[in-house]
Write a protein that binds this ligand. Structure first.
Ligand SMILES: [Zn+2]
Length: 344
């Protein structure tokens, strides 16, 4: 059994008709789960909005006020992020969804999913990239306070670098933020260099692998296998927060990685196994995905892996080893940079 949080209001997280963020993804994925009759193995829970107290564990009072104000009439949070009327409530509900999903990990579930989550571009005082509240940071601080957890691993596989999460935790070694993303020289937000590994005492607890445009599925999976299991074994997290963005798919209109549908199954399967072996608490936050049809299939494949269903959706993949050698070199370089902190 897995837990899944959902509210019809989730589908109102929509930034406008001419904006790439598509509002109906949660509904689409839920409909597919129902059509495939997975509902016997998925318990669905309705979240409450995160409170201002919850938000304040990760964001400044001033920033929260700015969103609240914008939300009254509508406006722009940043150049790429319109703030439609009412967005404060919807973003708070999405964040509350992540909190509820995490709560379920302390109440009989080992895996919990929020389909409207993983807003990794939001920093403490500012944001862009279609994000308002960083639910990853809000839930980490919630768990630190309420459940006394001390070691959090974020595995962020969205195609974009998790710059907001990095900004919040670059000086904190209780949160290991690991981000695989398309190279910032070719994609928003531009950050996430391989050499950047955190600040001061927390060096080694920020891990970035910037991948070249065109990276194929097997090249990507190679990098995952070479880096992630060894980090999990040595860091020994008490929870794994998996930002499972699917904007790495080859059809995504915003980015240029070349992952196939089946890759999402394999990624989720690997991370599920790591959670089973090390902490038995896996919080899956669906993250980005801007081709509506492809995203639904990719998320569906993630659910299949979490439920150990083998009838996931496959597609022909002629690009699987694309950029294999450059990725191999980057992996060696990253291992070298991390050598003082982790062994491989
Ligand atoms: Zn993204």
């Amino acid at each position: 059994m897995i837990s899944f949080v959902y509210d019809e209001e989730f589908n109102k997280y929509d930034l406008g008709l001419d904006h790439p963020l598509i509002g109906d993804k949660p509904k689409r994925i839920l409909n597919l789960i129902k059509a495939k009759k997975f509902t016997d193995e998925i318990d669905i829970f309705k979240p409450n909005k995160a409170t201002v107290e919850d938000l304040q564990r990760a964001h400044s009072k001033k920033y929260i006020e700015i969103i609240k104000e914008l939300s009254k009439k509508g406006g722009m949070l940043s150049l790429d992020t319109p703030a439609p009327k009412g967005i404060f409530d919807i973003a708070s509900l999405a964040t509350g969804g992540t909190i509820l999903a995490a709560e379920k990990l302390f109440n009989k579930y080992e895996i919990s999913v929020n389909p409207l989550a993983g807003f990794h571009h939001a920093g403490r005082n500012s944001s862009s990239g279609f994000c308002f509240f960083n639910d990853i940071a809000v839930v980490i601080e919630y768990l630190r306070e309420k459940k006394k957890l001390k070691k959090f691993l974020v595995i962020d596989l969205d195609v974009h670098h998790g710059n907001g999460t990095q900004e919040i935790y670059c000086e904190d070694k209780t949160v290991l933020n690991l981000s695989f993303h398309q190279d910032g020289r070719t994609l928003y937000p531009g950050t996430g260099k391989l050499e950047y590994i955190g600040k001061e005492k927390a060096k080694g607890y920020t891990i970035n692998l910037p991948l070249p445009p065109g990276t194929g599925s097997n090249s990507y999976l190679y990098a995952v296998d070479q880096i992630i299991p060894r980090i999990v074994e040595q860091f020994k997290p008490e929870i794994i927060i998996y930002q499972s963005g699917v904007d790495t798919h080859h059809s995504d209109p915003l980015a240029d990685l070349y992952l196939s549908y089946q890759t999402y199954y394999h990624l989720a399967q690997k991370i599920k196994k790591l959670s089973e072996e090390h902490c038995k608490k896996l919080l899956v936050l669906f993250g980005g995905g801007y081709n509506s049809d492809a995203s639904t299939i990719a998320y569906y494949n993630i659910i299949c892996a979490l439920l150990e269903k083998t009838d996931y959706i496959r597609e022909r993949d002629d690009f699987s080893y694309q950029k294999y050698n450059p990725v191999k070199n980057l992996v060696s370089e990253l291992q070298k940079v991390l050598q003082p902190y982790w062994s491989f």
